[in-house]
Design a protein around this ligand. Structure first.
Ligand code: PSU
Ligand code: MN
Length: 301
């Protein structure tokens, strides 16, 4: 057992018994949504996973310990501190752990810690990817490298068009990461069901998601699988409206010189403000939808 890792008793018991477990990230709590909706959503997502017969394992770094499974108090703590908590990617783990600090885990570090704990399925909202203009900034999320490297199935609602979706798909292709559309041939764009880009494969059942991922694991191919699950129609946003908000947020980020790890949280917060909170409601619904699908897939693994 990894001496830096604490697996919550409920999670450990489920893993021991071979029952389904779904990992959840914590950057979405601290940096992705405002308080108190972030805490309410994190707890609702856990309840949704339980209602589907799986055990939730929200992942974070608390006092330098890698945690698979958080208490309500720990979730409240991360949600209240919000952007004061370090956003922890792979490169941040050594120093945060050695210093005994807190960290909110991104898709990258959630995959790392899930994998250490033996958890195979992870549900989130959106992943990071190749940023627009990456051909000069080289801003490419570590999430893509992690998908290439760590064996976890990640269920998301696609990627926001704050990113260059075409280049993100090219990168994943190069790295050998299967991009699956759940019930769709088109990559969903987070707030909307359509992006104009094709996924690699359409899969229509949780059972087949599990079968494909199991085959990947058993062949020893390494790396994860990305499942993109479109936001339910009734919660999806008007594409013109959301795209205008994204363009405005991007131009503000450029004029304010926002860079590096600040870029994504800045854009997410601005989009939420520009849409007057409507994007937050959609965001919450798509996360719940992904949690449900991840729990169903985990039951077949
Ligand atoms: N995209 C979203 N919502 C999020 C994130 C991305 O739509 O909450 C968060 C996730 O934690 C993701 C991280 O792993 O941002 C990516 O950050 P960066 O682009 O700095 O790699
Ligand atoms: Mn980046």
């Amino acid at each position: 057992m990894n001496k830096y890792l604490d697996i919550a008793p409920e999670v450990a018991a489920a893993l021991e018994a071979g029952r389904p477990v779904v990992a959840l990230e914590s950057t979405i709590i601290s940096h992705g949504m405002p308080y108190p909706q972030n805490v309410e959503t994190a707890l609702r997502v856990e309840d949704t996973i339980r209602a589907e017969g799986a055990v939730p394992a929200t992942i974070a770094i608390i006092g330098g310990r890698l945690k698979a499974g958080l208490s309500k108090d720990e979730i409240e703590h991360l949600g209240k501190k919000g952007r004061e908590v370090a956003k922890a990617s792979r490169r941040d783990l050594p120093v945060l752990v050695a210093r005994g600090q807190d960290g909110a885990t991104t898709v990258t570090t959630t995959m790392i810690i899930a994998s250490m704990a033996g958890i195979k399925v992870f549900a989130t909202g959106g992943i990071g990817g190749v940023h627009r203009g990456a051909e000069t900034t080289m801003d490419i999320s570590a999430d893509l490298e992690e998908l290439a490297r760590t064996p976890v199935m990640v269920v998301c609602a696609g990627a926001k068009s704050i990113l260059d979706l075409g280049l993100t798909l090219e990168y994943l292709e190069t790295k050998g990461v299967p991009v699956i559309g759940y019930g769709t041939e088109e990559l969903p764009a987070f707030y909307t069901r359509r992006s104009g880009f094709k996924v690699d494969y359409r899969i229509d059942t949780p059972e087949e998601l599990a079968a494909a991922f199991r085959a990947k694991l058993e062949m020893g191919l390494g790396g994860g699988m990305l499942v993109t699950n479109p936001i339910p129609e009734e919660y999806s946003m008007d594409p013109d409206r959301i795209n205008a908000a994204i363009e405005q947020a991007l131009s503000e980020a450029a004029s304010q010189g926002i860079r590096g790890k600040e870029t994504t949280p800045f854009l997410l917060a601005r989009i939420k403000d520009i849409t007057g909170g409507d994007s937050l409601a959609s965001n919450i619904q798509l996360v719940l939808n992904n949690a449900r699908l991840a729990a169903r897939a985990a039951r077949f693994l």
